[in-house]
Design a protein. Structure first.
Length: 201
């Protein structure tokens, strides 16, 4: 079946409507996850009709992809700004630790519900899986690049970048949403030990 055509906003009013839809969806997905949200809920939050939303987007997944793109751009921009504000230090371990702390703080802003839904989509939707992997790889590359500024060169940069990416993702997820709610981690110790592992690779 051929998908219906959607409107490409050109006029200022149309551009504003699409922006309102994206902003409303961004906030709604962030608070309630993906699966529980409906197009009418997004429309209501944007103060637009459901038909207007469908005029600009094919479906909810279409909106999510745009929101994910916006989230990635904001995350990378904020991450780059935070890195630029770090104190210059010759201490490689402290630099890695500071970078990890920035990543952990950004990751913790998402709700558990949103995170769980996105993980479900990652394993069921190839397009979203590809997008999320690319985003994680980009962040890991920035970390490796920052370490490289200290003159530290990895022997196997491609493989070690992958390992750093997997390790950082696992630590971020566990610190933000522990598998066991009763677990009480010492965040500083976890970040320190993660930094040591990355440097030792």
């Amino acid at each position: 079946m051929q998908r219906s055509r959607v409107r490409i906003p050109v006029q200022k009013r149309s551009i504003e409507k699409k922006r309102r839809i994206i902003d409303a969806a961004y906030r709604t997905f962030g608070a309630s996850g993906y699966f529980a949200v409906t197009i009418p809920q997004i429309a209501q939050r944007a103060h637009l009709s459901t038909g207007t939303v469908y005029a600009y987007f094919h479906d909810k997944r279409d909106i999510l992809l745009v929101c994910m793109q916006q989230f990635r751009e904001e995350t990378l921009r904020n991450f780059s700004e935070s890195l630029g504000q770090l104190d210059t230090t010759e201490d490689l371990r402290q630099t890695v630790r500071d970078v990890l702390a920035i990543l952990m703080n950004a990751h913790a802003k998402a709700t558990r519900k949103y995170h769980n839904d996105m993980m479900s989509l990652k394993y069921s939707d190839p397009g979203i899986d590809e997008f999320m992997n690319a985003t994680a790889a980009t962040l890991a590359h920035v970390v490796i690049e920052k370490i490289g500024q200290h003159g530290y060169a990895f022997n196997h940069p491609t493989e070690q970048s992958l390992l750093a990416e997997l390790l950082i993702n696992a630590v971020q997820n566990e610190l933000s949403w522990p598998q066991s709610p009763d677990t009480d981690y010492d965040r500083d110790i976890v970040i320190d030990d993660t930094a040591d592992i990355i440097i030792a690779m």
